[in-house]
Design a protein around this ligand. Structure first.
Ligand code: ADE
Ligand code: ZN
Length: 339
């Protein structure tokens, strides 16, 4: 089993569902709060960590948006993203597609340029120093209005070269995909890829409508698609990628225990699942930790782990050249461990 954990660490990995604001570790949150002279409503890092107990998505989001308030200057966004790339390097995550929530910052008077320039500088350094490839996905907050989403897309126009696509996150209940049909169509016309959170807390019908109305090429979470057998068949037939986040689903009580997670059933149904960390600083672990825990819980062998790594490469928006490089690196790792 030790060998399996070592294999999981070594195998080249791809992450497709990571909110950069959700990678803000309590230690960095305190450091940035001090730098920006912001008082946090917690006495210590330990007290903050103790507050990370959630009964649902909204309870988490309330703390997550509060935590993001320490991000003010371009350097803060750089430091945040750089800290994440350091964990990628440590854990052999070689390609990553990272969400950011500009409205969380622009609503506080921080400019789109401040956010994107800081994130981009960190990405360029990660590419140069560690050979990690990264794409950014701009997410619209679904609890805000359609007009605010459209304004956000407008504000992002000077930075389109820095963004591969748009996504949809925040409170799913009461904010179905149809609210964002127009802004997603505008994003498509700008040549942006489209993904959306759906079927996390919301019903399977949100998965179907994100697919149909927002014309997404990946579904984030999607676990509740299992409640609609016909939809599962269609998703499996077209191999629509689902970016599943096991620790997140446990922490936000989508499932009670990891052992209750529907991943095995999703895989058995032929769905194109990938494993991801979502908000690792809040949910107890990064991609590697998610994979190691799932492997133990579900008794996965090397072939299953490798299949998940290949699936994430296929589902990614990396160039074809980068995809074949990543696949080759996975092949090499498998060969090394089968000797
Ligand atoms: N924003 C950050 N993490 C999220 C999640 N798991 N669901 C919806 N919105 C989010
Ligand atoms: Zn998410």
């Amino acid at each position: 089993m030790i060998n399996q954990q070592e294999f999981i660490k070594k195998i080249p990995k791809v992450e497709l569902h990571l909110h950069i604001e959700g990678s803000l570790e309590p230690e960095l949150m305190f450091k940035l709060a001090a730098r920006n002279k912001i008082e946090l409503p917690y006495a210590s890092v330990e007290a903050l960590k103790e507050a990370y107990q959630f009964n649902n998505l909204q309870e988490f989001l309330d703390l997550y948006y509060q935590g993001a308030e320490v991000l003010q200057a371009e350097q803060d966004f750089y430091d945040l993203a750089w800290a994440y790339f350091e964990t990628c390097h440590r854990d052999n995550v070689l390609h990553t597609e990272v969400f950011f929530d500009p409205q969380t910052h622009t609503e506080r008077g921080i400019t789109m340029a401040t956010v994107i320039n800081g994130l981009t500088r960190a990405k360029q350094q990660a590419e140069k120093q560690y050979g990690i490839s990264c794409e950014y996905i701009l997410c619209f907050l679904r609890h805000l209005s359609e007009a605010s989403a459209i304004q956000t897309l407008e504000a992002a126009k000077p930075f389109l070269a820095q963004i591969i696509g748009v996504g949809l996150d925040s409170s799913e209940q009461g904010h179905p995909p149809e609210k964002f049909q127009r802004v997603f169509s505008m994003a498509k016309q700008l040549g942006l890829r489209r993904v959306a959170h759906a079927g996390e807390e919301g019903p399977a019908s949100n998965v179907a409508s994100a697919w149909e109305l927002l014309d997404v090429s990946r579904i984030d979470h999607g676990v509740r698609c299992l409640e609609d057998a016909a939809l599962v068949k269609q998703l499996a037939r077209v191999q629509m990628p689902l970016t599943v986040c096991p620790f997140s689903n446990v922490k936000l009580k989508v499932v009670e225990h990891l052992s209750d997670h529907p991943l095995p059933s999703m895989i058995a149904n032929g769905l194109a699942v990938t494993i991801n960390s979502d908000d690792p600083a809040y949910f107890g672990g990064y991609l590697l930790d998610n994979l190691q825990a799932c492997s133990e819980t579900f008794n996965w062998d090397r072939a299953q782990i490798a299949a998940l790594s290949y699936a994430a490469v296929t589902a990614s928006y990396a160039s074809e050249v980068r995809k074949s490089e990543l696949s080759q690196l996975i092949d090499n790792c498998l060969a090394e461990f089968s000797q």
